[in-house]
Write a protein that binds this ligand. Structure first.
Ligand code: UP5
Ligand code: MG
Length: 299
């Protein structure tokens, strides 16, 4: 009973309190019942007007946002895209590797041609007569394969036997290291890089991280001539790839993967072609005429 009366009372008290709070601008009395007083209404109206006036003033000079038309949206998008491209290009420029050597200090000639075309034979002559350092990528890989403790030994052996191209990180690192050693030992700053690059991405990477090449010497030779030479050499070379199965695979890799490198450099007017289906001396005469023109003085 007591609880019911208390609840009823408290509900009454509460509801009258709320009403009182809502109209408290009347000064807390209850003379006019529940109706608001005139001064209270005037005060509320003037506050509303003041707020509206302040808002209008603060927006003076500002145009109302309008719906953008399609052309404006397109222009804005194009501008955003341009900004993004500029940002990416700037980042690319900042992250581009600095080549190990400067092209005016180090000369690189790429010596390319099919397996058995005579690259190694002609480079041996050139290094004597023109003071070049001869670096055969194949020889460097074979040396790495035999090096005790090399983690790439087995991998290199398998790639060579299958006539496949060893991942460029390994070959480029070996070439760069050999170049640094040759320069440090005073052997010179002109290099014949024999049998490399065998793939376009290798060419791009090498020129980016080591040094841009000056010339591509391309030894052109018919397949049947190269096959005969390699089989003959295979009798005593001990190379895992001087056998008919491997030679056939090497020919395929050369045509499909390495020829496009020569084609690309030809477009850049960097290729000098020499026909190799002739005796060694005759081929060298032609090579000499190219080198006499470009690298006449011995360094
Ligand atoms: N000979 C040469 N010229 C002659 C002439 N005019 N007349 C008659 N005989 C001639 O010559 C080959 C033979 O022919 C010799 O016996 C020579 O006396 C005679 P050589 O000068 O050795 O020819 P070369 O073109 O150097 O042949 P080589 O076999 O070295 O060419 P490859 O390009 O196939 O071999 P390389 O050692 O460069 O590469 C081997 C493998 O390593 C590749 O297949 C690949 O698996 C791997 N590799 C990579 O993965 N990445 C690389 O960057 C490089 C190699
Ligand atoms: Mg060779």
């Amino acid at each position: 009973m007591f609880r019911t009366a208390f609840l009823r009372n408290s509900r009454l008290v509460t509801s009258s309190n709320i009403k009182q709070r809502l109209y408290s601008t009347a000064g807390g009395g209850n003379k006019t019942g529940n109706a608001p007083s005139v001064p209270a209404m005037l005060a509320v109206a003037s506050m509303g007007f003041a707020a509206y006036y302040t808002l209008v003033k603060s927006r003076e000079g500002q145009s109302l946002p309008r719906k953008k038309n399609a052309a404006a949206v397109e222009q804005e998008e194009a501008l955003k895209e341009q900004k993004l491209q500029d940002k990416l290009a700037k980042r690319d420029l900042e992250t581009k590797p600095i080549p190990a050597f400067k092209p005016d200090e180090v000369t690189v000639v790429f010596v390319l041609g099919g397996p058995g075309a005579g690259k190694g034979t002609q480079c041996d002559n050139l290094k004597k007569d023109y003071g070049f350092v001869h670096l055969s990528a194949g020889d460097l890989l074979r040396a790495e394969q035999k090096r005790e403790g090399s983690k790439y030994g087995e991998m290199i052996n398998n790639y060579i036997k299958e006539g496949l191209i060893v991942p460029m990180e390994v070959t480029i690192a070996l070439l760069e290291q050999a170049m640094k050693e040759a320069i440090a030992n005073g052997q010179g700053t002109r290099f014949l890089i024999d049998g490399f690059p065998r793939k376009m991405d290798q060419a791009i990477k090498f020129e980016e991280v080591v040094v841009p090449s000056k010339l591509v010497l391309y030894f052109e030779c018919p397949e049947e001539v190269m096959l005969k030479r390699l089989l003959k050499r295979g009798e005593s070379s001990g190379r895992v790839d001087d056998n008919i199965e491997s030679i056939k695979k090497r020919f395929v890799t050369f045509i499909e993967t390495s020829m496009p490198v020569i084609d690309e450099y030809a477009k850049q007017n960097k290729v000098k072609k020499v026909h190799c289906d002739q005796p060694v001396e005759k081929v060298y005469e032609n090579v000499k005429s190219i080198f006499d023109e470009l690298f006449n003085e011995k360094k």
